[in-house]
Ligand binder design. Sequence first.
Ligand SMILES: Nc1ncnc2c1ncn2[C@@H]1O[C@H](COP(=O)(O)OP(=O)(O)OP(=O)(O)O)[C@@H](O)[C@H]1O
Ligand SMILES: [Mg+2]
Length: 260
Amino acid sequence: MLELDRVRYAWPDGPPVIEELSLKIRAGDKVVILGANGCGKSTLLKLMNGLVFPQSGQVSYADTVLEKSALAERCFARRFRQECVLLFQHPEAMLFNPTVQDEIAYGPRQLGLPDADARVAHWAAALQLDALLDQPPFLLSGGEKQKLALACLLAVDPRLLLLDEPSASLDPATVGWLIDTLLDGERTVVVSTHNLSLAAELGSRCLVLGPRGRLLYDGPVAAALKDMALLEEARLAHRHRHRHGGALHSHVHAHDWDAG
Ligand SMILES: Nc1ncnc2c1ncn2[C@@H]1O[C@H](COP(=O)(O)OP(=O)(O)OP(=O)(O)O)[C@@H](O)[C@H]1O
Ligand SMILES: [Mg+2]
């Protein structure tokens, strides 16, 4: 469905964030991306969503190379923007309509879908936003904004859902709902997170990124979470001193995940 072939990307005037990264996302994959702050998770998701373009190598969706000229072509751009969507790490950037209702309806209306109102009702109810439909999005709480941004994406029924740290401000019940919704069905999902316990529930496949977007691991989630050397290299576990009984000693921890 999506293929990266020897992708290199640097932000303007910056050092390379991603170098020589190759990977394939197959239809139906549930992929979790793990990695330390600044390792390039959000950048990778933006490359996958055709928001930025590699300086060398290429990203392809189905068999089309994602480059400026392809996305300038209306027919492909429309299909791609419906089928592949990204929940930003800071979803305020996605919200600009006068009300919650307009915000959820925006995508379906842009795509000319006939049942925009029914989609608003469905996803507002699913995410407990029904009481807020007439509110301006900027007045919502952080978690409500994140739920609204998710509703907007789900309302266009994407095939490939890219989520950047979706659990960061959601309450546990909504995270549970999200896991059920994501694992349900055929939809292909790529989620970045630091939350190792969420990783175990979300995905079957895990990509662990090291510095400069280097792929340290691509394989089953469960095995990655048991590999303390890998987690430490990826800065997902850390070594610090603590006490057991009277003895002070130091060993590696992954704080929200006890690989036991
Ligand atoms: N819009 C931007 N312009 C310039 N540099 C950027 C931009 N976005 C990210 N960077 C730089 O690219 C590098 C990778 O950032 P990125 O946001 O992809 O990391 P991340 O893995 O998502 O981190 P986090 O866990 O903190 O969300 C960082 O060094 C960052 O400073
Ligand atoms: Mg990020």
